[in-house]
Design a protein around this ligand. Structure first.
Ligand code: THU
Length: 131
């Protein structure tokens, strides 16, 4: 079921602009209504200005009208299970639910581990806090 997301994430990873870290990452998310958006990491010579693959995928979703993330796959060339960074977990929380599935993938083998957002970011800062 999530294998299609893995394939899209891996294709995105191959487009990464990661000349400084040499650590290409790809992500692909599925919205609750079935749309898929993918992204890669994009680095900048002023290092803190670069951004993550998950961020690109989420931006694509927002630019296409937004949505809610049902599941997201992440893959890196050099890690057998690439786990979203802390900032990206909060970004996924912004557009997901506690039960949103996060698939940690291996570039050769596909989905290795699936966790919920609640497992990866327990007791997250709730978006309702600002309403
Ligand atoms: N990176 C991502 O794209 N996603 C993550 O969740 C972790 C880190 C990228 C950022 C940077 O371009 C490279 O990996 C090395 O940190």
């Amino acid at each position: 079921m999530a294998e299609d997301l893995f394939v899209r994430a891996r294709s995105a990873m191959r487009k990464a602009h990661a000349p400084y870290s040499k650590f290409p990452v790809g992500a692909a998310l599925r919205t609750r209504d079935g749309r898929i958006y993918a992204g890669c990491n994009v680095e900048v010579v002023s290092f803190p200005e670069g951004w993550c693959a998950e961020t690109t995928a989420i931006s694509q979703m927002v630019m296409d009208g937004g949505g809610e993330i049902a599941e997201i796959a992440v893959v890196a060339e050099k890690l057998s299970q690439c786990s979203p960074c802390g900032g990206c977990r909060q970004r996924i929380a912004e557009f997901g639910r506690p039960e949103t599935r996060i698939h940690l993938c291996d570039a050769e083998g596909g989905v290795r581990t699936t966790l919920t957002l609640d497992e990866m970011l327990p007791r997250s800062f709730p978006t309702e806090a600002l309403s």
